[in-house]
Design a protein around this ligand. Structure first.
Ligand code: AMP
Length: 115
């Protein structure tokens, strides 16, 4: 079965994205509706719909994405000032696209708690 979320399609190069970083495990591109001056999404090449379904098999891929987020934060000049990584999981967690992704946010002061 062909998986057809918008992020599957970006990974396959079927729709455009502003790609900032790629390696063997993940890809990072700008969010189309940024919520902060820097708002980048990091997705794994190993397909996973939601953190709700993560298993031991995803350990390397998930860990790799956080290190990639740090690299992208440095590339974007927010590594030293600070940034936030968010994974929305499931409808109750605010997830809209059913392909796991890390939101990397920064470039302005971020408040807590989030909405
Ligand atoms: P979530 O609510 O955690 O599932 O977040 C989905 C994110 O994907 C939202 O921040 C959207 O703005 C973003 N998004 C949806 N379509 C695209 C797209 N084609 N390119 C980049 N970001 C997108």
């Amino acid at each position: 079965m062909v998986e057809n979320t918008v992020f599957d399609r970006i990974l396959r190069g079927e729709i455009p994205a502003d790609i900032l970083y790629e390696d063997e495990h993940c890809m990072a591109f700008r969010d189309i509706q940024p919520q902060a001056p820097v708002h980048i999404l990091i997705i794994p090449r190993q397909r996973l719909d939601s953190l709700q379904n993560a298993t031991d098999e995803h350990t390397e891929s998930l860990g790799h994405m956080l290190v990639a987020a740090r690299k992208v934060a440095d590339l974007q000049g927010i590594g030293a000032t600070g940034f936030r990584c968010v994974i929305n999981a499931g409808a109750g967690g605010g997830q809209e696209v059913p392909y796991l992704h890390v939101h990397l946010l920064g470039g302005r002061p971020l408040t807590w708690p989030p909405g």
